[in-house]
Design a protein around this ligand. Structure first.
Ligand code: FAD
Ligand code: NAD
Length: 462
């Protein structure tokens, strides 16, 4: 027997659950199906929260190592990585408990089912659980099945770990490797590289391109790269050949400048990006599907108007907060009977790279402005002149802003250095609200805080 619901979500991560809560609050009968049986998806299971918990431990360690600069003398400072993973597990468990409570308190018309969803047709989804299977007929469907690590089919790839092995709950990697080789130089690679480097591992990064963070503005990426600890051995412009296991360690064979090279380490991690998880049966519906995922329009609708594709599954902006907003756009349009009234604006979604130092950007950066034929005026403030950054002994980096030369509207910004991931929010809101140079310059940012640099940078142009 099939059950009729208003909305069914495939997945219960950020691409689904915020929207599902809104729909339920508005009176819709909603079913979320997730194999994990919990809400918040990959972010809490093996992504943002656990990785940033371990980063926080590394950040404290980094401060304690230089505590003498503040007149604090710490003795016998050691890092117990197993304890760090226990603290990380604790944060994950706390958040799982809070999410379970949230779900319990939600309207009775919101139900989470632990199971796997398969498409039967445009409206029917079969859900396989450990108790059997059930078919749902849904008026609208949100596909938010996320992404998983891409494993390059190369000799020895089975010896590589992925970020999941480090960040999942009770991870198999609960010890600090003496040495680690990380393949790729994107977000996950550089964040993990700087964390392990701070904690004391010898880190090598092997990258195909001649630069890191290939998807990002080149000048931004180069500046950040220039500020990363040179103890991290980054090998650029390489061709990966194979990975081999020996008795005590692993070897990575690669080519660089026409020469065959070999690097050895206790662990090898592959961080070559993430690929979409397409629910079975979706390919039979006539949905537009590319290598990046299930294509969605700014309304989050696919080419079938009652089926939405939200979050990592559409490959547009693989970030938690972006997925959250996308799920809310989908919910708003479902509430309007699948007639678009709300649209996703990717242009002011902030991106942060939680390396040491951290870096963040939002909006249109110079490389993009050039491609779009937009003339820009730029200004910056150097954090070596910032009171708070000096207090923190982290006075390196910059806040840089880009204005449209004609309208003087703020169109983009980046921050490299302390508090970048927090400060970028203010700049994102300013861009979203259409702020002009004068608006940015006239705001009295809190002193002493790194936010002061935002108005100071803009005042340089007046
Ligand atoms: C190591 C790491 C660190 C990250 N750090 C950050 C960060 O600091 N900040 C940030 O913004 N983003 C970060 N991200 C990215 C962020 O985690 C994702 O963008 C976000 O979680 C995507 O949410 P989603 O709902 O689209 O997908 P997911 O969270 O992947 O959710 C999809 C869910 O669908 C379920 N599912 C899949 N197929 C089916 C099916 N057929 N039936 C039932 N259930 C199914 C899965 O079990 C999963 O729970 C990080 C990612 C990683 C890997
Ligand atoms: N701070 C954050 O918000 C955060 C942190 C971690 C992950 N994420 C999200 O997760 C996604 C996945 O992260 P990621 O670091 O795995 O991917 P990524 O796309 O950031 O980086 C992939 C890296 O692998 C390299 N690469 C890809 N294919 C290759 C191949 N065949 N051979 C050699 N090199 C290859 C690329 O040049 C790049 O350096 C990110 O795109 C991001 O959206 C976000």
């Amino acid at each position: 027997m099939e059950e009729k619901v208003d909305v069914l979500t495939i997945g219960a991560g950020a691409g689904a659950y915020p929207g599902a809560f809104r729909l339920a609050k508005a009176g819709k009968k909603v079913i979320m199906v997730d194999e994990k049986g919990v809400i918040s998806g990959n972010c809490l299971a093996e992504g943002c929260v656990p990785s940033k918990s371990i980063r926080q431990a590394a950040s404290f360690y980094r401060y304690f190592k230089k505590s003498h600069e503040f007149g604090i003398f710490a003795k016998d400072l050691t890092c117990d990585y197993k304890k760090i993973t226990e603290y990380k597990n604790g944060v994950q468990n706390l958040r799982y408990a809070q999410h379970a409570q949230e779900l319990k308190e939600a309207e009775t018309n919101l139900v989470l089912i632990k199971g796997t969803a398969y498409f039967i047709d445009e409206h029917r989804v079969k859900v396989l659980t450990d108790k059997g299977e059930k078919v749902f007929y849904a008026d609208s469907i949100i596909i938010a099945s996320g992404a998983k690590p891409f494993v390059l089919p190369i000799e020895g790839s089975q010896y590589c770990i992925t970020s999941t092995d480090i960040y999942k709950l009770n991870p198999p990697i609960d010890y600090l490797p003496k040495s680690i080789i990380i393949l790729g130089a994107g977000y996950i690679s550089l964040e993990t590289a700087t964390i392990f480097n701070e904690l004391g591992s010898k880190v090598t990064v092997i990258q195909r391109s001649n630069r890191v963070l290939t998807e990002m503005d080149e000048t931004f990426a180069k500046k950040l790269y220039g500020m990363i600890d040179p103890n991290i051995d980054v090998k650029l412009g390489t061709k990966l050949i194979k990975i081999q296991k020996s008795t005590n360690n692993y070897s990575v064979f690669y080519e660089q400048n026409g020469q065959q090279m070999q690097a050895k380490a206790d662990l090898v991690m592959m961080a070559f990006g993430r690929v979409p998880v397409i629910p079975e049966g979706a390919d039979k519906l006539g949905l537009e599907i590319t290598k990046k995922g299930i294509v969605s329009r700014p309304s989050m609708q696919t080419n079938i108007k009652h089926i939405y594709s939200s979050g990592d599954i559409n490959g547009k902006s693989m970030l938690f907060h972006s997925a959250t907003r996308q799920s809310l756009v989908a919910a708003n349009n479902i509430l309007a009977n699948n007639t678009p009234i709300d649209y996703m604006d990717y242009s002011c979604v902030p991106n942060s790279v939680f390396t040491f130092p951290e870096a963040a950007f939002v909006g249109i950066l110079p490389s993009q402005a050039k491609a779009m034929g937009i003339d820009i005026i730029e200004t910056s403030f150097d954090l070596s002149f910032d009171a708070k950054a000096q207090i923190l002994t982290e006075a390196k980096g910059e806040i840089r802003q880009f204005y449209d030369a004609k309208s003087l509207k703020l169109i983009g910004a980046w921050i490299i250095g302390e508090d970048a991931s927090t400060l970028i929010g203010e700049l994102g809101v300013l861009i979203q609200q259409g702020a002009k140079l004068k608006d940015v310059a006239e705001y009295a940012n809190q002193h002493p805080s790194t936010a002061e640099g935002i108005s100071k940078a803009s005042r340089k142009l007046l």
